[in-house]
Design a protein. Structure first.
Length: 83
């Protein structure tokens, strides 16, 4: 199998790649917020994981995460085509 066929075989469709990139950026956003819940509190022993998740997963954070993930994906697409 030559290199051209191999790269065509493993290429993702643009929509699938966009969904994967956006989901990964949202995952990083929420993991950062979750870590911040434990470092912001003086005693993380008092906060359970479920309480921290309830504090982090809100409609506002979902909107912020999705908008920033979309912007991040567009920036990466721009850089991918430019470089």
């Amino acid at each position: 199998m030559d290199a051209r066929k191999l790269t065509q075989r493993f290429k993702l469709a643009p929509f699938t790649r966009a969904v994967i990139e956006i989901a990964f950026i949202i995952f990083l956003f929420y993991s950062n917020l979750l870590m911040g819940q434990y470092t912001a509190n003086a005693s993380p022993q008092n906060m359970s994981l479920w309480m921290a998740i309830k504090n982090v997963v809100t409609p506002d954070n979902l909107i912020i995460g999705f908008v920033t993930a979309l912007i991040g994906h567009l920036v990466f697409e721009f850089l991918r085509r430019r470089i």
